[in-house]
Design a protein around this ligand. Sequence first.
Ligand SMILES: Nc1ncnc2c1ncn2[C@@H]1O[C@H](COP(=O)(O)OP(=O)(O)OP(=O)(O)O)[C@@H](O)[C@H]1O
Ligand SMILES: [Mg+2]
Length: 382
Amino acid sequence: MSSKRICVYHIDDPAVNELGPYKVAGNPSGREELRTTLGAEEIAVLLIDIDQGDAFDAIVEALEIRPALAVIGVTGTNDVNKVIRAQRAGCRQITSKPLDENDLLLAIRKSLNEASGSSEAPPWGKTLSVIGTSGGAGATTLACYLAMSLSDSTKSSVSIIDLDLEFGTVAKSWDLTPRFTVADLAHIDVIEEQHIEDYFLELPSGISVLPRPEQIDQAQSIDETIIRNVITSTKSLFPYLVMDLPRKLDAITGCAIEECDKLILVAQLTVPGILNAARLTEGLVRFGVPIEKLEFVVNRYNKKFQNIDIKALEEKVGKKVIGVVPNHYKSLSLANDLGEPVSEKNPIRKAISEIATKLCGRQNAEAQSGSWISSLGFGKSS
Ligand SMILES: Nc1ncnc2c1ncn2[C@@H]1O[C@H](COP(=O)(O)OP(=O)(O)OP(=O)(O)O)[C@@H](O)[C@H]1O
Ligand SMILES: [Mg+2]
C-alpha cells in the first residue's frame, strides 16, 4: 500500500520530517497554494496550525475540496474555546506545540481511523454512553429509560451494560436479581454470541441487561481490556447498546467513551451542576473527545423553581442541550421502589423518548432492524 500523504500548513517544526510511513507531500505558504496542493495531490491528512488567523477558514475550505480529509490542528495554547471551534470546523485531532513525533504519529493514526470509520460505520450501529455531571444527576435513570425508548420505538434488541462497577443500580431499575454479571463475562477471553445470550439477562421488553458485579470488590479485578472486549462483542451483536458510566474518568470510562457514538452528559440546573458540566466538558475535549460526540441533557427541570436558565448551561459547555427531562420525583421514586418503570404517559418517559429519537432516529432503525437481528435468534419474536 502506498504511503499516506500529508499536507502541512503554517507549521515549522522538525518533527514533521519524522513521520515514519507518512510522507509530507506539500508545505504551502498561503491559501492559494494550499488549494492547489489539495486539488493536485492525493492528500489524506492536513496538519494545520490553528493559532494562525486564517486557520478555521482554511480548514473549511480544505474539507470542501477534500471531504474525507483528516484534519489535525496544532496549538500552543490551552484555549478550550479554540479547540471547540477547531473541532466544529472539522479537526479530528488536536495536538500541542512543540510537536512530539510520537504524539503526532498517534494523532495521525487516530484521525485516519476516524476518517474511514465514520464513512464505513453501519447506519444502525448506535452505542450511547451516559454520565452524570454531579452525583445523583440522573444518569442511571436516563440510561435505563433510553434503553426502554429505543426498544419501544425501534423494535430492535437493545442492550444495557452497567459500568458503574462499584455502585451501579441498573439492575435495580427493573428489580432484577441477576444470575450473571459483568464479572462473569470478564473471565472469558473470546466472547461469543452464546456467551452474550447466556450472561445478559433478557427482559420481556427485549432489553438485555448486563449488571454490575455482585460484590463491590469484584470491580477491582476488571480492567479496560476486559471491558473493551465486552463492549466490542456486545456492539457486534446488538444494534443498540447503552452504557451507564460511573462519575469518574478512569481507563474503563475512557474505553466506554472511545467505543460509543455519543456520550450523554446529564446535568441539573444548579450552580454546581453547571460548573461540573463545564469542567467535565473541558476535560473531555482536552483529552481529545470531539465536541460533536457530546450531548447534554438537563434533568429534573422544574420551570417554577428554576433560578438558572438552560442557556446558562449551553453557554458554559458551548453546545445546545439535546433534551430536557422534567422533575417528577413522586412518580419516579414510587416506580423505583416497585422496581417498575413509570407509565408510558409519564412526562419523564415522553421527554426521554424524544431524546432517544434525536440520538438514534426512528425510521432508520425500524427499516434496518428486521433481517440481521432475527438471524441472531435473540431479537424480539415479532
Ligand atoms: N427527572 C427526575 N425527576 C425526579 N427524580 C429524578 C429524576 N431523575 C432522577 N431522579 C431521581 O434522582 C435520584 C438519582 O438518580 P440516578 O440514580 O438516575 O442518578 P445518577 O446520576 O445515576 O446517580 P449516581 O451519581 O449515584 O450514579 C434517583 O432517586 C432518581 O429516582
Ligand atoms: Mg448512576
